[in-house]
Design a protein around this ligand. Structure first.
Ligand SMILES: [Zn+2]
Length: 566
């Protein structure tokens, strides 16, 4: 080795942490597995959050009462430092307590339904003749829905088409949902093919060299092509994406405002996104105070929705009665639940784990995301119970407002770590080692999304090596989207979500009326709690902080919106 090359080797070690060698503390892992597998309380936490409490719509009194139960459960596990922390004004809260949808003609029969979110109640039963008035003339046109400007123009065309015709009517807004009669197994576990490709589900964005997408703020449209869209998701700042959702909600609320002005009785939408018999529906009204409210609206089981559509097509008049009790709460605070185990000698440094605690409203949010919340609570209980020495503080977060805007975690990150727009850093930014997130349903952990952080791979592989025979074997460079680790990633902090077996999450339980504890498998939850506790334990004791990616740049100023979107 020449002196010059020796210098390069030394410099490489210095700058890259090349010398870092991590090993698993097998004694600690053994104790964690024993506690997680043979003294588990994870199902107790599921019953507490999902069965006893029920759904937890962010910003509703019911979210707050569930949060109080979680705080009490942390305290019962001996975790004293726990509180409900407000991060700022969230927007609109909403909840419901009763729904009845009755077909009056041509046959008296009760239809399966639940209220569409952020729509008001009916103030007693309203009945009327059903009319079919979808926004898009043909379902295939709806793919352009990715373009907010085109949507706004279509809403104006739709308003002129139906103006003066809808008074007192029950209006069908969706095209019928055509689903295949289930022919494949409903429960999925990852196979060799997914593990080899590093892509487990539709939220995953593989790292693929290719055309660099142009990004503009505001981001009005995504590419329709899946591959191009995936490239966008690999580079899009989360502020662009969430800002786009906000704008989309405001533009779509013009439809609701029109229906209210026209004096419709109620609106019907199809809860058809899953498989037969399941009502899968969310993201209907706007969760932002100030946006117009839709009329009372219900999501029907797709078979019931489709039957009405077929009757209308055959010229048979249909009358439906809708009765909904729902409440709207304006300008509510956003609330996270934060619990902390103090470290021993690096108390100014923190390791975080978390899951969103809010749910949609069709069932009890058991897989989305009482499961993640219960696993986080159980991981904290295990670490507390075992009194394993941990150098850094370990902080658990159960986030609010994930479902609508990742607002709970984004608000927390902005309060504590950095402004994602200006990238102005706060002192705590230097002190967070890593954030681990869980939000993929109730399936066991199969690995971790490295979120393009190559440097983290050997670290995480070493810590989780004792779970190789528990099927934790997918350490993928892929990004995954759609949940709270993105809030940390957005400001250059290591934020990771675990890869999980999806079981029947995407076909049955995700944002549906069957998201109940029946769809959870205790052994899977126990394994996930053990993996999470193990990852956190090692992060809390490692000599170094988790390696970081390059710091993102501040975001460019936002362009002016086109007139139709003002
Ligand atoms: Zn979720």
């Amino acid at each position: 080795m020449t002196p010059y090359s020796r210098w390069i080797a030394l410099a490489a070690m210095f700058f890259t942490g090349f010398a870092r060698a991590e090993t698993a503390d097998l004694n600690a892992v053994h104790l964690i597995k024993q506690e997680a597998y043979f003294h588990s309380q994870v199902m107790d936490y599921i019953h507490l959050i999902a069965d006893e409490h029920g759904s937890r719509m962010a910003g509703s009194p019911s979210y707050r009462s569930a949060a109080d139960k979680a705080v009490a459960a942390f305290k019962e596990a001996g975790i004293e430092q726990v509180e409900v922390e407000a991060w700022g004004k969230f927007g609109r809260g909403w909840d419901w307590s009763r729904v009845h949808v009755q077909m009056k003609t041509p046959q008296e029969t009760t239809l399966s339904a639940y209220p569409a979110d952020f729509a008001p109640g009916t103030d007693g039963p309203v009945s009327g003749e059903v009319v079919f008035a979808p926004l898009w003339d043909h379902p295939s046109m709806a793919s352009v829905n990715d373009d907010i400007e085109q949507t706004a123009h279509q809403i104006e065309r739709w308003k002129s088409k139906y103006r003066g015709q809808l008074e007192g009517k029950i209006v069908m807004l969706d095209h019928p949902h055509s689903f295949k009669i289930p022919a494949e197994p409903e429960t999925y576990r990852l196979g060799e093919q997914e593990i080899a490709s590093g892509v487990a589900n539709d939220y995953d964005m593989p790292l693929k060299p290719g055309r660099v997408p142009t990004l503009e703020w505001p981001m009005l449209a995504y590419p329709i092509d899946k591959e191009e869209s995936s490239q966008v998701w690999n580079v899009i700042p989360i502020e662009f994406a969430t800002d786009r959702w906000r704008l989309n909600a405001r533009i779509m609320s013009r439809m609701g405002q029109f229906l209210v002005e026209e004096g419709v009785g109620a609106a019907l939408v199809s809860g058809g996104a899953g498989i037969a018999g399941v009502i899968m529906h969310s993201d209907y009204g706007s969760p932002y105070s100030g946006d117009s409210l839709p009329p009372p609206s219900v999501a029907l089981m797709p078979e019931h929705y489709n039957r009405i559509h077929r009757l209308l097509n055959r010229g048979v008049p249909v009358t439906v009665e809708v009765d909904v009790d729902a409440e709207i709460y304006e300008d509510v605070d956003g609330l996270n639940i934060i619990a902390e185990l103090p470290g021993t000698d690096r108390r100014n440094e923190v390791v975080m784990l978390g899951a969103h605690f809010d749910s949609w409203h069709g069932a009890t949010g058991a897989t989305d995301n009482a499961a993640g919340s219960a696993i986080v609570m159980e991981a904290m209980r295990i670490l507390k119970k075992l009194k394993l020495p941990m150098k850094r503080n370990v902080r658990a977060a159960l986030w609010g407002e994930e479902e609508t805007c990742f607002c709970g975690s984004r608000g927390y990150v902005e309060d504590h770590f950095a402004d994602p727009i200006t990238m102005k850093l706060k002192p705590e930014h230097d002190k967070l080692s890593v954030y681990f997130n869980l939000d993929g349903g109730g399936g066991k952990i199969r690995g971790i999304y490295l979120q393009q952080n190559d440097m983290a791979r050997p670290v995480l592989e070493a810590w989780l090596a004792p779970f190789a025979d528990q099927e934790v074997d997918m350490f993928t460079i892929t990004n995954t989207t759609g949940t709270d680790h993105l809030s940390f990633d957005a400001v250059g902090l290591p934020g990771f979500s675990f890869v999980q077996d999806s079981l029947d999450y995407y076909v049955n339980t995700h944002h549906s009326n069957v998201d109940h504890a029946d769809h959870l498998i205790p052994g899977d939850l126990m394994q996930a709690a053990a993996v999470m506790a193990t990852a956190v334990y090692h992060a809390a004791n490692s000599d170094e902080l988790m390696p970081r990616k390059t710091l993102p740049r501040s975001l460019p100023p936002k362009n002016k919106l086109p007139d139709i979107l003002q």
